[in-house]
Ligand binder design. Structure first.
Ligand code: SF4
Length: 285
């Protein structure tokens, strides 16, 4: 069996940056992250071992999590973005905060705020990034990439659309079509980040030759799930596995070429461990 290692792989720029901010602060005191800093159980465990604790989200609203942070403690807003109003609420509760919002996520929010006129959003309902965008920008319409439906579309006129950074082009096109049917011609102002664009393009290229795609990532990771759907859309076999232990359980004996890729919240080391396993004889019966 031949194995293609799809590049780039491992943590994206935004995840690396968020981890750096968290770990630097955790050298001197515990850091409490509101929701998952990284959508990956292995990474969360490693962060916890170094003093970055997760106050686990229970739904899209981060406000109740503020109450769970110890008084006077240092909290961290994750790379996914957050409702800006939470910053003053944190201050009122006697908390200090660090902001690890990815600059690409922040750029989309700022684009939405600067846009003169109404705006629509294409994203995954309930995802932290989509939630942060909506709470800051208040779009007139929301197309949910998961259900494939406009989940709300208030009356009015709009010309601008922004999409979540981790979607694929097909979902964005579906969203644009649904929005244009209701509001007329619109312009996509901002959307996928470079990390998402590069990974999706590289996976599509690998699928030209591979008959199976293995995505290393968590089931909670939106960008990992999107990579998996690229295989399904091409009628190829695809698996989403968290780590080498899960990979070892797959029966890959019927495939001639396997493409190995990773979501943006998977460590380089885990990808390299899995690549070494796939490239060895141990996958053969
Ligand atoms: S996937 Fe893109 S937007 Fe999200 S954290 Fe990584 S670089 Fe930032």
């Amino acid at each position: 069996m031949k194995t293609i290692l799809v590049q780039p792989y491992g943590y994206c720029f935004g995840v690396r940056r968020a981890q750096r901010i968290a770990l630097e602060a955790a050298k001197t005191e515990p850091v409490y992250c509101l929701g998952s800093l990284v959508h990956n159980e292995l990474a969360i465990r490693e962060l916890a071992a170094q003093g970055v604790r997760t106050i686990q989200e229970n739904g899209p609203d981060l406000a109740p999590l503020l109450e769970l942070a110890p008084k006077g403690s240092l909290i961290l807003f994750s790379a996914h973005g957050h409702d800006k109003a939470l910053e003053s609420q944190a201050h009122d509760l006697g908390l200090r905060y660090l902001d690890a919002t990815c600059p690409y996520v922040q750029a989309n929010i700022e684009f939405g705020l600067r846009w003169k006129g109404s705006i629509a959003y294409i994203g995954t309902k309930g995802h932290a990034e989509a939630e942060a965008f909506c709470r800051n920008v208040h779009p007139l319409a929301f197309f949910d990439a998961k259900s494939g439906e406009l989940v709300y579309a208030h009356e009015g006129s709009l010309q601008g659309v922004i999409a979540q950074t981790t979607l694929d082009t097909e979902d964005i096109d579906l969203g644009l079509k649904a929005i244009e049917e209701k509001y007329g011609p619109v312009r996509l102002l901002a959307g996928r980040c470079p990390a998402t664009e590069q990974r999706q393009a590289a996976v599509e290229a690998a699928l030209q030759v591979a008959d199976c795609l293995i995505v290393l990532g968590s089931k909670t990771s939106s960008n990992s799930r999107r990579l998996l759907t690229l295989a399904k859309k091409k009628g190829k076999a695809g698996y989403l596995v968290l780590d080498l232990a899960e990979l070892r359980r797959l029966d890959l004996s019927s495939f001639s070429t396997v493409a190995l890729c990773s979501g943006a919240s998977t460590s380089n080391e885990e990808v390299e461990r899995c690549y070494a396993y796939l490239s060895s004889d141990s996958t053969r019966p």
